[in-house]
Design a protein around this ligand. Structure first.
Ligand SMILES: Nc1ncnc2c1ncn2[C@@H]1O[C@H](COP(=O)(O)OP(=O)(O)O)[C@@H](O)[C@H]1O
Ligand SMILES: [Mg+2]
Length: 342
């Protein structure tokens, strides 16, 4: 395996330390630069020469380090630029303009996947099952199409990380819908989407590749201590609050007792969706499985990559230990060719 110069591009303030000594699991899990540490540490263990650049909005600093360090590839851990999450695609577009290789998804795939309405429209055209939905433009009052039936689930069209998602996102009448749409408008400054609420199981599937795709074993989000009658929702607290996770027994693990037909369907469906959305590198696709019907919820290109997250854990179940996974992402980045017309 050849040793490479790898530039790890991370958000300013998330530059990881050289070593973390001996931390307790809880301390480790709440480190803000957990992912950055995992990745950089693995890259070094793989024998690569690593330079870390913390970036907020200073493009000149990227240019300088590229001219000086001459990386073979950029390991892209940026999820925003200048505090704006929508600009994650522009960072990658900039790397492409500079003629650099990078890990993870291409800018077009990032843009399409981020828009929860656009991606669903595209997939619905190809007859892939998605929840029925309606978009409520920023600043307008919500007027529901008669065919869109309650219960509905209201969220931002473009935010991720469950921002603004709580039990109150689930609405059962027009008053609650109007209120929640106004809340999303106000708190995210973006359009809102109301989707048919799909009960059942929540499944996450890791996918890796540019052309030839690999699908990891299906993962499932569970609340082991949740009352039966409370709907399962990956709220912001369920995702990020360790105390809440302990209280409700929030865990994710390999999905058990999935019928073989569903396993096969998931694998096939994931590959189709990944290609239709124009993704590359790696992604995690989220689904709901209700009465043997598989609904696409969203695609997360460049999903959370720390060793304890679903993507890495499901990769491990497929035989990729963490180091091997990181090297695979590098290899895919080196091989990816952006579309060019001239
Ligand atoms: N249509 C839906 N039906 C049921 N649950 C939903 C629906 N949309 C979102 N959710 C719940 O909310 C969570 C977050 O929604 P998602 O669209 O994945 O947004 P984010 O990008 O913030 O992760 C999902 O993981 C799921 O638990
Ligand atoms: Mg999600």
């Amino acid at each position: 395996m050849s040793k490479l110069r790898v530039l790890a591009l991370v958000r300013e303030g998330l530059e990881p330390p050289e070593s973390i000594g001996k931390l307790k699991t809880d301390e480790y899990l709440s480190l803000p630069w957990k992912t950055e540490f995992c990745v950089v540490d693995s890259l070094k263990n793989l024998g690569h020469q690593v330079r870390v650049l913390g970036l907020y909005d200073d493009l000149l600093s990227v240019r300088k380090v590229i001219e000086e360090f001459k990386p073979h590839i950029v390991f892209n851990l940026m999820e925003e630029f200048g505090g704006i999450a929508l600009y994650d695609q522009n960072v990658v577009a900039y790397l492409e303009l500079m003629g650099l290789k990078y890990t993870g998804c291409n800018p077009r795939g990032l843009m399409i996947a981020r828009d929860k309405a656009l991606s669903k429209k595209l997939l619905a055209y190809h007859r892939i099952r998605v929840p029925d939905f309606q978009v409520f433009r920023y600043g307008r009052r919500a007027r529901r199409r008669k065919r869109l039936q309650f219960p509905l689930f209201v969220k931002s069209v473009v935010e991720d990380a469950s921002l603004g998602i709580s039990q109150a996102s689930l609405v059962k009448d027009d008053d609650a819908l109007r209120e929640r749409v106004a809340f999303v408008h106000e708190h995210t400054g973006a359009d809102a989407i109301a989707e048919e609420f799909i009960g059942g199981r929540e499944l996450y599937v890791g996918v890796l590749g540019n052309h030839r795709l690999e699908v990891f074993p299906t993962w499932e989000l569970l609340f082991d201590k949740k009352p039966e009658d409370q709907p399962l929702i990956a709220t912001a607290r369920a995702k990020w609050n360790l105390k809440y996770q302990k209280k409700w027994g929030v865990v994710s693990r390999a999905a058990e007792r999935l019928p073989k037909t569903i396993e096969d369907l998931v694998g096939h469906r994931c590959k189709r969706i990944y290609r239709l959305l124009g993704l590359s590198g790696y992604a995690r696709l989220d689904f709901r499985l209700d009465k043997r019907r598989l609904y696409f919820l969203e695609a997360n290109p460049n999903p959370a990559l720390s060793a304890d997250e679903d993507f890495a854990k499901s990769a491990e179940a497929k035989g990729y230990d963490y180091k091997k996974l990181i090297q695979r992402l590098i290899n895919l980045g080196l091989r990816f060719k952006p579309l060019r017309l001239s």
